[in-house]
Design a protein around this ligand. Structure first.
Ligand code: NDP
Length: 364
């Protein structure tokens, strides 16, 4: 081969290699941009009212499967969302999710006592798991969930939507940066009312507790992310106004958390009233959110009258997108299983404190 021919062949080979690597890069980019498939487990109020509509607003997620004990409801919801029937599972066929490559993330939206079992089964099926709060009903279950996801090399995230809510994030920032001086007292309320006396929330076997595990957990969380510290001691006491409805679970729990720096948090968790607000008292003024944890209309305030206001976000779409982005990038989520475990340990300590009437020391 003469030199001219040789150079021509080399150029053609170079161009072919360039085109091939551009194709690989294009495919990789397309894979990066392809939304991750989410299987929603349990088609209850949260799934129907919030998660299904929110999924449509996400950039990195799409509905890929439904798991339900009620096939007729599942078929109807699937049809409404353009999901093929082959992607409907039951609790019995759940493990077959392993064979469905369209599903990347399994989102557990079941009664609290079922979170551990389905998280562990999802991890064994090779899926990343996003699990509703409370993570589970005992620290031991949480540890097993974390271990199962680690073993499967899959991410585990807990659906703490306020970790993505801008007003709450701003309150934590003001506290952290001591913009109004050092924080001294945090006053947190996480309360709601429960209607139907037959619902699983009032059945300790399925819920693991009363108002604290369900709604008060937001107040507990807020005290931790606002102080930026972990409590070293907790105390609590319970009151009940409706003994027929709240049997063996807390209707109202008043609690106090002591933090290493001396910050104290006072909290109320209740199923008896609608009330939710997080108020921070610092050396130089007060700030907070009221309401603090609603799906819509969260409002911030500062005693120096500077604005604490942000456009409303869809908290569910934002948290799902963030988890999917973390999964795709192999980056840890800001709401890992370990975060859920911390709260479940504190809840256990708070129930113990309420039962014994004594302060309970907790490992920070
Ligand atoms: P629902 O009772 O409305 O729905 C739970 C669903 O779980 C049911 O519809 C059912 O779905 C399935 N399920 C399976 N077994 C049972 C059982 N034995 N008893 C009752 N339901 C069962 O509850 P929510 O949607 O309100 O709550 C689900 C989870 O989401 C809870 O962990 C809760 O704490 C959390 N949550 C979080 C919120 C947030 O803001 N992050 C807000 C509300 C709830 P199917 O019929 O399809 O099988």
């Amino acid at each position: 081969m003469d030199r001219r021919h040789f150079m021509g062949t080399l150029a053609a080979a170079g161009a072919a290699a360039g085109a091939a690597s551009a194709l690989v890069a294009r495919r990789a980019r397309a894979a990066e941009q392809k939304p991750l498939g989410v299987a929603l487990v349990g088609i209850g109020k949260l799934t129907q009212g919030q998660l299904l509509p929110a999924l449509k607003k996400t950039s990195h997620c799409r509905l890929a499967a439904l798991v339900s004990g009620h096939p007729e409801k599942a078929r109807k919801v699937a049809a409404e969302h353009g999901l093929p029937e082959k992607n409907i599972y039951t609790y019995e066929t759940f493990d077959r999710l392993a064979d469905n490559p369209e599903v990347d993330i399994v989102y557990i939206v079941l009664p609290n006592a079922m979170h551990a079992e389905y998280t562990i089964r999802a991890a064994r099926a090779g899926k990343h798991v996003y699990c509703e709060k409370p993570m589970a009903i005992s620290p031991r279950e949480c540890e097993e969930m974390i271990a199962a996801c680690k073993k499967a090399k899959r991410q585990l995230g807990i659906a703490y939507r306020l970790h993505f809510e801008p007003h709450n994030l701003e309150v934590a920032r003001i506290a952290r940066e001591r913009e109004l001086g050092a924080v001294k007292v945090i006053d947190v309320a996480g309360c709601t009312m429960v209607g139907d006396p037959a619902q699983w929330r009032l059945d300790k076997k399925l819920s693991g507790g009363g108002s604290l595990v369900d709604i008060g957990i937001y107040a507990l969380q807020a005290a931790r992310y606002i102080s930026g510290e972990e409590p070293t001691a907790v105390s609590a006491r319970q009151t009940v106004t409706d003994r027929a409805k709240f049997k063996g679970i807390d209707e109202t729990l008043l609690f106090s958390l002591s933090f290493p720096s001396g910050i104290v948090a006072n909290g109320i968790s209740s199923y008896a009233v609608f009330l939710n607000r997080f108020v921070v008292a610092a050396e130089g003024g007060r700030f907070g959110v009221d309401p603090a944890l609603n799906y819509h209309g969260i409002r911030g305030f500062r005693s120096d009258n500077k604005p604490l206001a942000f456009p409303e976000i869809d908290q569910f779409a934002t948290e799902m997108d963030d988890f999917a982005a973390c999964v795709r990038a192999g980056k840890p989520t800001r709401v890992p299983g370990e975060e859920g475990l911390r709260d479940v340990r504190l809840i256990e300590a708070l129930y113990q404190a309420a039962e014994t009437g004594r302060e309970v020391k907790v490992a920070p």
